[in-house]
Design a protein around this ligand. Structure first.
Ligand code: AMP
Length: 173
């Protein structure tokens, strides 16, 4: 399946969740059995088996992509969640949103020192979410081997916040 065919399965929803935002709805792509497996395979091939110990998924759509990637690598899965969702001791990172701030958390014992970590999310927009997640992983001793996202909104220049990381995206706007 070509990138154009994957792109055709992303639905633009204007003014969701608020006016002025064009939401990239990935549910048609997830529901397509060939597209879903193609996306997972492309991420796995890019980073390579044997190079990743843990795959971090960012709540909530990141979980959907990160879990099968982890399975293919024979790696563990680690959730990064919004504030107060994780039940045990957490490390927290606050980051800037378009309006105000948000907080992401990871369990303190989720990653062992020196483990190689791949971060996965659906959309890279301003890069704040991915940057905060990389900071959390590093604070608990992980080594970030890359950041994979299905969609990159290139016009928001999220990569500028992720200098030095291997940022891999499949569909760019
Ligand atoms: P950012 O921190 O600006 O890079 O935003 C990334 C996070 O917000 C990801 O977890 C995305 O799921 C979500 N996101 C941001 N912009 C969009 C968009 N246009 N469509 C869908 N999700 C988005």
């Amino acid at each position: 399946m070509e990138t154009d065919q994957l792109k055709a399965l992303i639905r633009d929803v204007p003014d969701f969740p608020q006016e002025g935002i064009v939401f990239k709805d990935i549910t048609p792509l997830l529901a397509d059995e060939i597209a879903f497996s193609t996306v997972i395979d492309l991420i796995v091939v890019h980073f390579g088996r044997g190079n990743v110990d843990k795959v971090v998924g960012i709540e909530a759509r990141g979980f959907i992509l990160a879990s099968p990637v982890a399975y293919h690598f024979g790696a563990g899965f680690v959730p990064v969640r919004k504030k107060d969702k994780l039940p045990w001791e957490t490390e927290a990172a606050e980051y800037e949103l378009e309006y105000g701030t948000a907080t992401l958390e990871i369990h303190r014992d989720a990653i062992r020192p020196g483990e190689r970590v791949l971060i996965v999310d659906d959309v890279l927009a301003t890069g704040g979410t991915a940057r905060a997640t990389a900071d959390l992983v590093e604070r608990i001793g992980g080594k970030v081997v890359g950041i994979a996202c299905l969609i990159e909104l290139g016009f928001l220049n999220g990569r500028a916040k992720l200098d030095g990381y291997d940022v891999f995206s499949l569909i760019r706007y």
